[in-house]
Design a protein around this ligand. Structure first.
Ligand code: AN7
Length: 371
């Protein structure tokens, strides 16, 4: 059957009815790519799978939540949506609003969002409002504005966002046949780690101790996703923007990973619950570590994710080095957004192209030097 988006696929586990007007651009169903070179290069005997969310319609995991949030906004009669964003939410909101034929207002921090994301929000026809403030300022403002005006708030404080995003766990379980031992990912506003945990929690058979993998026969077992356990959740933050490591909100977050430049995460309690209940933890990674891990994925696995996405992998490298994640483990790493979103950061850290005459001999000499 033709794949037509995650709401159709998981409608039995999402808050929709037959009358709900589904707004989809074919999101979800992203590949789970086993890393074939980096475990050896890192000297670890583990299986690492990258869930490459950069292959969603607008290039990030935000589409999973946005298909639900915009669907429900349209169902309830909204004619416009609004969000604050570090970039990806605005790109996704703009695209789904365009698809639905409704208005879209996005508040972004001036000068602090990656070029590709700005291009998307503009191209999809949203009203782009650059604020002289950061994401946390924007978040406060859109909460106030949506309470006063007829615009539906589609940030992850909208519960339908997490409902859509939880489907990533269903897909991982289907691909692996069970939950992995560990699931690592970057954390900014903390909606995604909360949604992952929700998805895993809904997939695990409550009767596992009694019946093992019960093949969907017991009433607790969802029909599509079957897991015997939930993974340990590891959340990773940029060091300059790490409220979960500080144990308190951060007022002036800074990091090259602009998508997670967030100091006052909205899903604070849910994220702590995910980490505590799973026996997990948070890591912080420097900007240098983030860029190095982005380059490792690009150069050794052919996977180009954005810096914020690489933060999850940067944290994983630390945990493998310290032995906190043991040999023999299976690990899923969510790569939240595509590297093409942020060409400036990619170009700045790569070696420059060679400029030569358009002559065979000159090029041949260059190739010979690099063979
Ligand atoms: C690539 O777009 O918050 O912890 O406004 O774009 O669920 O916030 C983006 C967040 C990780 C963090 N990776 O996820 C926004 C925004 C990428 C992101 C995160 C974001 P959450």
């Amino acid at each position: 059957m033709r794949y037509s988006g995650l709401i159709e696929k998981y409608r039995d586990r999402l808050p929709v009815t037959d009358a709900t007007p589904v707004i989809s651009i074919g999101e979800g169903n992203t590949p789970l790519i086993e890393l074939v070179n980096l475990p050896r290069i890192l000297g670890s005997e583990v299986r690492i799978y990258a869930k490459f969310e950069g292959l969603n319609p607008t290039g990030s995991f935000k589409d999973r939540g946005m298909t639900m949030a915009v669907t429900k906004a349209v169902e309830s009669g909204s004619k416009a949506i609004i969000c604050a964003s570090t970039g990806n939410t605005s790109a996704s909101a703009a695209a789904y609003a365009a698809r639905a034929g409704i208005g879209c207002f996005v508040l972004i921090p001036e000068g602090k969002i990656a070029l590709g994301k700005l291009a998307q929000a503009m191209m999809h026809g949203s009203t782009v409002i650059q604020i002289q403030g950061n994401f946390d300022d924007g978040m406060r403002l859109v909460q106030e504005l949506s309470a006063q005006m007829p615009v539906a708030l589609v940030n992850s404080v909208n519960p339908f966002r997490l409902q859509g995003q939880k489907t990533i766990a269903f897909e991982v379980i289907e691909a692996l046949g069970d939950a992995p031992d560990y699931h690592v990912l970057p954390v900014g506003n903390a909606g995604n780690i909360s949604a992952h945990w929700m998805g895993y929690s809904e997939s695990v058979c409550q009767q596992t101790e009694a019946c093992g993998l019960c093949q969907g026969q017991c009433p607790y077992h969802p029909p599509l996703a079957r897991a015997s356990k939930r993974p340990v959740m590891v959340g990773n933050q940029a060091a300059g923007s790490a409220p979960f490591l500080r144990g308190a909100m951060v007022d002036n977050p800074e990091t090259i990973a602009t998508a997670i430049r967030i100091g006052h995460p909205m899903s604070w309690s849910l994220a702590w619950a995910a980490v505590r209940e799973s026996g997990g933890w948070f890591n912080e990674c420097s900007d240098e570590e983030i860029l190095a891990s982005q380059a490792l994925l690009a150069r050794h696995e052919g996977i180009f994710c954005e810096p914020s996405s690489a933060t999850g992998f940067a944290g994983l490298i630390k945990d493998l080095k310290t032995g906190r994640i043991r040999n023999g483990s299976s690990i899923v790493c969510t790569l939240t957004g595509h590297g093409l979103k942020d060409p400036d950061t990619a170009i700045a850290q790569s070696s420059k192209p060679h400029v030569v005459a358009a002559e065979r001999d000159a090029i041949a000499a260059l190739i010979a030097r690099h063979l």
